[in-house]
Design a binder for this molecule. Structure first.
Ligand code: FES
Ligand SMILES: [Fe+2]
Length: 345
């Protein structure tokens, strides 16, 4: 029987690698599912449903001993496969341990993130997204974490929404000049790619450093199904800046967002620039949090009723991909579309 495509088919970040120690489990929620994460004897991450099969206490409140997860209620202990390996109340000679296992999920560690996939019988071939240039020679990454009281669609749209930047991030990020920007927006294979043209010095106070000669900037934005946005800037030769965000659906109104600000400014400025990039990046996100929290409050009160202008083609394509998954379809089978558009910022 063919499974329907759904959001559980995809890989989501459950936590950063450094958050998962070897001696303590970690509780997380993704798509409303309660998860417990821990590291086995080899340090490999494991994910189970956060529910002891004995009397349903939360395993995330327990302990990790020798790579096994121990429930705090009666001490039932589970190995990395979810097999019960010890029931303390049964004494020293435990002959018939239950064959029923803890419900486990696929779990992968990559780019210092721990990813899980909730669909236990996925029929969709996907792997966790590779963070661009993470730990590559010449590149430096500042990693941010933020919580938005909104859904993944609205968060993802915000990160690749250029017109809002002159209003919400006036001065910090971009100065309003009412200049025309032309772009090509392409939807293909479950991704949206936007290629911006004639952007030069409209980057707020960064311009003197990032683009002193005012050469045209290469700027491309991407959305990759179901929850990833990536912004690429290539300024003057040798100066590159990537903003990659993974929006994790905790529930319908709450999204945890991991953002990598990855840059190549040369050895000295990679080092000196990191705190500035962190401060500026977080300031920009703080402004978006205010907007997105408010947007969801309004949607909760009145329902979502969006109207699009021609400048909103990026949003329309992103929504079409997420709606396709919602309907049980594979967005990679949607017809390719290319649309030229222009807007003023
Ligand atoms: S509920 Fe977990 S050991 Fe009893
Ligand atoms: Fe923004």
């Amino acid at each position: 029987m063919e499974n329907k495509v759904n959001f559980k088919n995809f890989w989501y970040i459950a936590c950063q690698s450094k958050e998962l120690s070897r001696d303590k489990p970690l509780g997380r929620t993704i798509l409303g599912e309660w998860l417990v994460l821990f590291r086995d004897q080899d340090g490999k991450p494991k994910a189970f449903q956060d529910r002891c099969i004995h009397r349903n206490y939360q395993l995330s409140k327990g302990a990790v001993k020798d790579g096994c997860l121990r429930c705090p209620y009666h001490g039932w202990t589970f190995n990395s496969d979810g097999q019960v390996v010890n029931i303390p109340a049964e004494g020293p000679n435990q002959k018939s341990l239950p064959s029923r296992k803890a419900l486990s999920y696929e779990c992968i560690e990559q780019d210092d993130f721990i990813y899980v996939r909730l669909e236990r019988n996925p029929d969709l071939e996907v792997s966790p997204f590779r963070m661009p240039h993470y730990k590559e020679k010449g590149y430096k990454t500042v990693r941010l974490f933020n919580v938005f009281k909104n859904d993944v669609t609205n968060c993802a749209e915000n990160y690749v929404d250029v017109p809002h930047t002159v209003f919400v991030h006036d001065e910090i990020f971009r100065v309003s000049k009412q200049e025309k920007v032309e772009a090509t927006c392409k939807r293909d294979n479950g991704s949206v790619e936007i290629d911006y043209r004639n952007e030069t010095d409209n980057l707020g106070w960064f311009s003197w450093f990032l683009n002193p000669k005012k050469t045209p900037i290469v700027h491309k934005d991407y959305f990759h199904m179901p929850n990833i946005t990536s912004v690429e800037y290539i300024f003057s030769p040798g100066k590159e800046f990537f903003i990659t965000s993974q929006s994790i659906p905790i529930n319908d109104h709450l999204t945890w967002v991991y953002t990598d600000l990855t840059f190549k400014f040369g050895p000295l400025w990679n080092f000196l620039g990191a705190p500035i990039v962190r401060y500026q990046g977080q300031s920009v996100i703080d402004q978006d949090i205010v907007v997105l929290d408010n947007q969801m409050e309004v949607i909760k009160k009145y329902g979502a009723d969006f109207n699009n202008s021609k400048a909103d083609i990026v949003h329309v394509f992103i929504e079409s991909i997420r709606e396709e998954i919602q309907k049980g379809g594979d967005p990679r089978r949607l017809k390719s579309r290319i649309q030229e558009f222009e807007f003023w910022v």
